[in-house]
Design a protein around this ligand. Structure first.
Ligand code: NAP
Ligand code: HSE
Length: 432
């Protein structure tokens, strides 16, 4: 019986999740493909590690990437290791050896995606990466196939399961940041280095990949303004709740008069919005096409089976097409053309409403000085509240602004942070 042979680079959360789905859904996969999918070999770092799931007696475990690349029976190499150098090397060698590649590695795609697209095209190989963005949510194929004819006006979403899990647990259970992060790690949601999750880098990697799929241009990672969730405190979550918001880590990109504006920031989301209700490891992406209008995709953004499901969909997609003689994959979704740099709106020109939390001495003239500085920099105040006990060294003074530019906000904060009544630097978040 004809079968598709795959080799896995990595057998951690996602690799073992994929192997489990291949096992439990084997009949369904065969019905769809008319072929079996077989794992031939698995590349790991530590051959002595005890594995929670056994992929079967015929699977070879190795710590040598060449075993995967040099096996003439392997059709597809599935890169699920993470990291940059070894993963990139494996993928480039796979293309050179005439093997298609499926990867979940958004970091690698964000940093070296253009080179990988070129190598795949030059070797007429498929490079698929549904699992790299928003876990189990089919966002890559939605942009590439389902919305292929739409101009994407705006894309906005929660794209990191770990950060969303932490903020949800802090909001709904009052859990502290470190305990919530440790839970997310235990559940297999976090990156090997969780700094990527909590500092917003992982979200930025996904945004970079999705901008290519949505617009066919490259918005370099280094140009994306990134703010993580490490300075979101229980106090900010409570103030946000009082004003009618939930705090979420959002990625956004939009077309502003022909230029792209993108960023990753914690933001206050009105509690009535669907995005505010996305909890735990779930992600959600709201897309707005010029023809289709708004679309919302929601699902688990991290974890073994959800992510394995997206990896498997890519493998099956390739398996259906790869033995046809005319198969020449268009991996970027833009007719295999070179991807030009995006025309980028300077980040300081981007407009938003803002939440400011100043920590100031509780004395006469402070509010007047702050409102004067805001007025002088064109930041219009919508709401303000001061809390705290008299006698405390610093009290929180929270201001919600109307829409203004990031340039104005930075000018205000620089000025007020330098004033003699300021006890701690201002904390600011965007408001959706
Ligand atoms: P993981 O649990 O840490 O597993 C990584 C696997 O790769 C392990 O089996 C490890 O071997 C192997 N490995 C790592 N470096 C290696 C090297 N240099 N040589 C050989 N083997 C190596 O990671 P994961 O959570 O499954 O994530 C894998 C990839 O999927 C990453 O790119 C991640 O960003 C992405 N992703 C993860 C999720 C998720 O929910 N976890 C969701 C979407 C995308 P050992 O087992 O011997 O240590
Ligand atoms: N660490 C990532 C997250 C995995 O928490 O979203 C999914 O990409």
């Amino acid at each position: 019986m004809e079968s598709i042979k795959i080799a896995l680079g990595g057998f951690g959360t996602v690799g073992s999740g994929l192997a489990k789905i291949l096992d439990i859904n084997a009949d369904r996969i065969f019905k769809r493909l008319g072929k079996k999918i077989e794992i031939t070999s698995v590349l790991v770092r530590d051959l002595n590690k005890k594995r929670a799931f056994n992929p079967g007696p015929n699977v070879t475990f190795t710590d040598d990437p060449e075993v995967l690349v040099n096996d003439p029976n392997v059709d597809i190499i599935v890169e699920l290791m993470g990291g940059l150098d070894t993963a990139k090397d494996l993928i480039l060698k796979a293309f050179a050896a005439g093997k298609h590649v499926v990867t979940a590695n958004k970091h690698l795609l964000a940093e070296h995606g253009l080179e990988l697209f070129d190598a795949a095209r030059d070797n007429h190989m498929g490079l698929m990466f549904e699992a790299s963005c928003a876990g189990g949510i089919p966002i890559v194929q939605t942009l590439k196939e389902s919305l292929a004819g739409d101009e994407i006006v705006k894309m906005l979403g929660i794209m990191n399961g770990t950060a969303n899990y932490i903020l949800s647990e802090m909001t709904t259970k009052g859990m502290d940041f470190q305990t919530a992060l440790a839970d997310a790690q235990d559940l297999g949601y976090a990156e090997a280095d969780p700094t990527f999750d909590i500092e917003g880098f992982d979200t930025a990697h996904k945004l970079c990949v999705l901008i290519r799929m949505a617009y066919g241009v490259d918005y370099p990672l280094s140009d994306i303004p990134i703010q993580g969730i490490t300075n979101v405190t229980p106090m900010d979550i409570e103030f946000a709740r009082e004003f009618g918001y939930r705090v979420k880590l959002l990625a956004h990109v939009m077309n502003v008069d022909g230029k792209l504006e993108a960023g990753v920031h914690p933001a206050l989301v009105p509690y009535t919005y669907l995005l505010a209700r996305v909890g735990g490891n779930y992600n959600a992406v709201r897309l707005e096409g010029n023809a289709v209008g708004p679309i919302m995709l929601h699902g688990q953004g991290a974890g073994d089976l959800p992510t394995g499901s997206a990896v498997l969909a890519d493998i099956m997609n390739l398996a259906k097409k790869m033995r046809c003689s005319a198969f020449d994959p268009d991996n970027s979704g833009f007719n295999n053309q070179p991807i030009a740099k995006a025309d980028i709106l300077p980040p300081e020109e981007s407009e938003s409403k803002y939440y400011f939390r100043f920590t100031v001495q509780d004395r006469t003239g402070v509010m007047a000085a702050i409102t004067k500085s805001m007025a002088e920099h064109n930041v219009s105040i919508a709401q303000a509240v001061q809390k705290g006990e008299s006698g405390a060294e610093g009290v929180p003074l929270v201001i919600i602004s109307h829409e203004t530019s990031a340039r104005n906000v930075d000018a205000v904060i620089n000025e007020i942070d330098a004033m003699d009544f300021t006890v701690e630097p201002c904390v600011k978040f965007r408001i959706l």
